[in-house]
Design a protein around this ligand. Structure first.
Ligand code: A2P
Length: 402
């Protein structure tokens, strides 16, 4: 039994699941050989009385939310875990001494290292964004991906149905970079009896996978009324097979230079590439990467995709301006309005040759954002159109609107 490999201490390293990252695909629950994992309508949880640290659930999780541990003397109960909207911090441990905890940590590290050996490992992330792979799979020869899970990111009653969908490419190489898109081929035919054409979706995971070193990709998709493909994608269930083309796009990519500063402006699902950019920097360059600033517009906090995890990213990594247009009793605010309020900081950024600007989301936003840049540049005595054209020539100005 794996638990015999653990030292006999008062404290326990309790296995927990991060409710903010978990997509409730229940793969862990189905894999657990001793039924230690259960769920209710809110969360998937681990029963500390049953878990024997066999680690069978660790490699199968598509997100990595399964890999959470807290040293505790009194384990968190199932009811406590069901009530969480976020994981608690590690608490101070009273009675157990430091040596015992160290021994426990070491033993657990060995078990986890073993568990991770069987994890993913198929993806080979491109080292650089300088040479993106494009069109590896096309209409005649699409890739087949399997849905690992689909999770609704927006609250019921928020008026928006935005989903986080994870696709696994198994043994097929699918080297997608942050900022690239993939095509999804909905089944069936259009009104003229012709097969549907693929619809493009921006990848919201970093190049080494939704979970590091897994050959999987995530998408952020909003259900559109009468949308053929968005409804198809939003209705996909775990285990379904999807035909995929791509990857596509060779311009809306991250600078290779980790010290480059990123100014990112988005609305709604336009946040997908910026989630990927941010995760990439968190994984490889945390602490040494250049500034990232995000202006993100949504109707309300509960319709803003990834609100919880986003709010947790420290301000020194990502300066966040979350802007809401439909909070009752509050004046409507768009990203361009907030940019005007932050005009001094933006004026400083746009003259910096190390800044890259990315705009992604509703086409209507583009005009307002351009006007904001124009007026900010003008008040600094600059011409926005010449600044922007120069930035574009240097590959530092990127727009993707729809
Ligand atoms: P609103 O719809 O309240 O006017 P969506 O939820 O449709 O994906 O939109 C995301 C956010 O973008 C919403 O807050 C929406 O506001 C906002 N938005 C709509 N039009 C514009 C625009 N022209 N410029 C900036 N933001 C916009």
């Amino acid at each position: 039994m794996p638990e015999e490999k653990l030292p006999d201490t008062k404290a326990l390293k309790q296995h927990l699941i991060d409710p903010e990252i978990c997509i409730r695909c229940h793969t862990c629950e189905m894999t657990c050989p001793i039924e230690a994992i259960t769920h209710n309508e809110d969360n998937v949880v681990v029963d500390a009385d049953k878990c024997n640290f066999c680690m069978a659930c660790i490699p199968v999780c598509p997100t990595g939310s399964i890999d959470e541990w807290r040293v505790v003397e009194k384990p968190y109960s199932l009811d406590e875990q069901y009530a969480w909207t976020e994981l608690p911090e590690q608490q101070e441990i009273g009675a157990t001494n430091g040596d015992e905890i160290e021994a426990l940590d070491e033993a657990m590290a060995a078990l986890l290292a073993d568990a991770h050996k069987g994890a993913g490992g198929k993806s080979k992330a491109p080292a650089s964004a300088a040479k993106p792979s494009v069109n590896l799979y096309n209409l005649a020869k699409p890739a087949t991906a399997k849905v690992q899970g689909s999770y609704k990111l927006t609250a019921d009653g928020s008026g928006a149905d935005v989903r986080h969908i994870i696709l696994d490419f198994g043994g097929q190489p699918f080297p997608a970079l942050e900022g690239q898109s993939i095509g999804i081929l909905p089944p069936g035919t259009d009104k003229d009896g012709k097969p549907h054409l693929p619809r493009l979706y921006s990848v919201s995971s970093p190049r080494d996978g939704e979970r590091p070193n897994y050959n999987n990709v995530s998408l952020t998709v909003k259900r559109e009324e009468h949308g053929v493909c968005s409804n198809y994608v939003c209705d996909l269930e775990r285990g379904d097979e999807v035909r995929v083309t791509g990857p596509f796009g060779s311009t809306f990519l991250m600078p290779d230079d980790a010290s480059a500063k990123l100014l990112m402006i988005c609305t709604g699902t336009g946040s997908a590439p910026f989630r990927a950019f941010t995760m990439r920097r968190q994984r490889v360059a945390a602490g040494m990467s250049g500034d990232m600033v995000l202006f993100f517009g949504a109707r309300t906090p509960d319709s803003l995709p990834y609100f919880g995890p986003l709010s947790k990213i420290p301000e020194h990594l990502l300066r966040k301006h979350l802007v809401f247009s439909r909070i009752p009793g509050t004046e409507k605010e768009y990203v361009q309005d907030r940019m005007m309020r932050e005009q001094e900081a933006i004026a400083e950024m746009i003259i910096d040759p190390n800044v890259h600007i990315y705009i992604c989301g509703l086409r209507g936003m583009e005009e307002g954002v351009e006007q904001a840049f124009s007026s900010i540049a003008e008040s600094a005595g600059q011409s926005w159109s010449s600044m922007r054209d120069a930035m574009r020539d240097e590959g530092r100005y990127h727009v993707e609107t729809y």
